[in-house]
Structures are given as structure tokens and as C-alpha cells.
Design a protein around this ligand. Structure first.
Ligand code: ATP
Length: 305
């Protein structure tokens, strides 16, 4: 069984049905929960934490029902809220330590875990400064630190890359990868950007208007296009030479940046590519499979991205 499973989960607000008969399984590992703003992602997280009672349907988080076992679930689950909710005049060290003790850790253990976790998220140096003076990226990392300080089995991250510049966003995604793959904490991370999580998430759940659009392993969605990208090392113009030589040998090839894309319909054609590079006395850097991006998959299907 997955870390989260829902059956026919419905949440009706007075005017909006935020979740509509949602049946989904979130397995161990890193799962991206993707949907446009208003799709119902935050509502799902609130139900999973036992903070919001569903109108109908069933939910299990780590095998427990949040409507009856909210406190037990919150002991084993970390939560990073979407919006800025950090007290401005408190330092990250004080705040994360406080959250660790709220989760039941004794003072000495809480202090040790706080210092470890702030180091993991890259806030070791700034940990004694009031968080009001932090950049958005630092605030997001402080929110992430409090979500994992009690070493949960599952962490729910609500739009952790919101408001970050591209570099801070990449750092955050890398950190999420480390939490999920090296620390062994399962992660459910929401995003309104379909393509953002494809390198980090093992699984993708796509929600649209409170309904499940798609749930599958990321690698199943981003399946191979059947084309490869060939990168060679040699004097300038080597990519054109290799492209022409491949065309001469009957392959379909076309330039892509400073590399050459080649259509492969038979695995033996990979040998032809390799031999052609050798015959031209060029260095073969890599032959790389070209995969569909998540955005391409969904745009082809006419689904929202
Ligand atoms: N407390 C509430 N009362 C009434 N309607 C709500 C409430 N919270 C959310 N909604 C509505 O429910 C729908 C789903 O909202 P939700 O916040 O779950 O979506 P989301 O996918 O997380 O989007 P966002 O990233 O913008 O928060 C939206 O139409 C929203 O306006």
C-alpha cells in the first residue's frame, strides 16, 4: 500500500467542489502533485493532515484515517505550508527548535536535530538571524527545515518553489531530491508547473478541478521518443560533418543546438552512429536518448499544464 490513498474523496466548500470523487494512490518515494491554481492541491494536503474533514470518501495516510487519527498522523508527517507564515523576529534556529519540541523531541535531541537539519537545508550560517530579514529562498528553506526536523516518514510540501528565482528553485528541487532519495522520507510535493518536477519526482499525480487526470511513474509518462542526441568532440563544424555522414549512410539526422539528433528505428543503427563517429576520427562524448517532457505529453493530450 502507498503512503497515501484516497477513495472517492470529495470536499465541498459552500460554493466550490474542491475535490471531486478523487481516488488516488501516492507510493513511497517522491510524488509530484500537479495542477493549475485552484485544482485542489492545498485542499488535499489539509485533508491528509486531518485539518479538514472530507465531505465524503475515504482517506488513509500511512495506513491511518486522518479524520480519527489526526494527531498520530501529524507525528509521522511533516508539512511545509505554501504561504509565508514565519515569525519575523524569531531566528530559524529558535523556530525550528520550537517546532521540534512541539513534535515531542526532548530539548537536547531537538537542539541536535535542529542544527543538523539547518545544515542540510543550507541555513547553518544564517540560523541565528531573525527570519524577517531572510530572502524568499531562505524562508522556504526554513519552512522545509521545520517540516523534516522530527524525521517524519512522509513530508507534504505545498508549492515549495513558489516565488523563487530559477537558481533558488533548482536548489530547492535538489534538496527535495536529497530528502526523498537519501534521507528516505517519502515526499508529496505540489506544483502548478507540470514540467518543474519531472527531474525530481518518481511519480506524478495530475489533478484538474478536483479530479484525477493522471497518475503514473514519471518515466512512463516521459517515455522515449525513439530519437537520440549525439554529441561529438572535434574541431568546429564536427556536428555538421557527422550529421552529413549519417545522412549519407541512410539515417535520418538533423541538427539540434551543437549536437545531432538521429531517428533510431532499429538498435543496429546505434552501431552505425558509433562507427560513423570513429570513421570521421571524432571523439564520441555521448549518445543520449531523447525523452518526451511532461509538458509535451499533456499538451499532446490537450490536458492543462
Ligand atoms: N476555505 C475555503 N473556502 C471556500 N473555498 C475554498 C477554500 N479553500 C479553497 N477554496 C477553493 O477551492 C478550490 C481549490 O483550492 P485549493 O487551494 O485546494 O487549490 P490549489 O490547487 O491548492 O490552488 P492554489 O495553489 O492556488 O492554492 C479553489 O476554487 C479555491 O478557491
Amino acid at each position: 500500500m502507498g503512503v497515501v490513498s484516497t477513495q472517492g474523496l470529495t470536499v465541498q466548500y459552500p460554493r466550490v467542489r474542491a475535490l471531486d470523487a478523487l481516488t488516488v494512490e501516492i507510493p513511497e518515494g517522491i510524488t509530484g502533485v500537479v495542477g493549475v491554481n485552484g485544482a485542489g492541491k492545498s485542499t488535499l494536503i489539509k485533508v491528509l493532515l486531518g485539518l479538514l474533514r472530507p465531505t465524503s470518501g475515504q482517506v488513509q495516510v500511512l495506513g491511518m484515517d486522518p479524520t480519527t487519527h489526526g494527531p498520530q498522523i501529524r507525528e509521522l508527517v511533516g508539512y511545509m505550508p505554501e504561504h509565508d507564515c514565519l515569525p519575523a523576529d524569531v531566528s530559524a534556529a529558535e523556530f525550528v527548535m520550537h517546532m521540534a519540541m512541539m513534535s515531542g523531541l526532548p530539548r537536547a535531541a531537538a537542539r541536535e536535530r535542529t542544527s543538523d537539519v539547518l545544515r542540510h537545508v543550507g541555513l547553518a550560517e544564517e540560523r541565528h538571524r531573525p527570519m524577517g530579514g531572510y530572502s524568499t529562498g531562505m524562508k522556504q528553506r526554513a519552512k522545509l527545515a521545520q517540516a523534516i526536523v522530527h524525521d517524519p516518514r512522509l513530508v507534504l510540501l505545498d508549492e515549495p518553489t513558489n516565488g523563487l528565482d530559477p537558481r533558488a528553485r533548482d536548489d530547492m528541487l535538489e534538496l527535495i531530491g536529497t530528502i526523498g532519495h537519501s534521507f528516505g522520507i517519502s515526499v508529496a510535493v505540489t506544483s502548478h508547473l507540470l514540467g518543474e518536477l519531472e527531474r525530481t519526482a518518481d511519480h506524478v499525480v495530475v489533478i484538474d478541478s478536483g479530479r484525477l487526470l493522471r497518475a503514473s511513474a514519471t518515466s512512463d509518462l516521459t517515455h522515449s521518443t525513439g530519437d537520440v542526441l549525439v554529441e561529438v568532440l572535434g574541431p568546429s563544424g564536427s556536428d555538421q560533418r557527422i550529421g552529413q555522414a549519417l545522412l549519407d549512410r541512410g539515417l535520418q539526422a538533423w541538427p539540434q543546438g551543437d549536437k545531432v539528433a538521429v531517428r533510431i528505428s532499429d538498435p543496429a543503427q546505434l552501431d552505425v552512429v558509433r562507427d560513423t563517429v570513429v570513421d570521421l576520427d571524432l571523439g564520441l562524448v555521448r549518445i543520449q536518448e531523447i525523452r518526451h517532457t511532461l509538458e509535451e505529453v499533456f499538451h499532446q493530450q490537450g490536458a492543462p499544464a
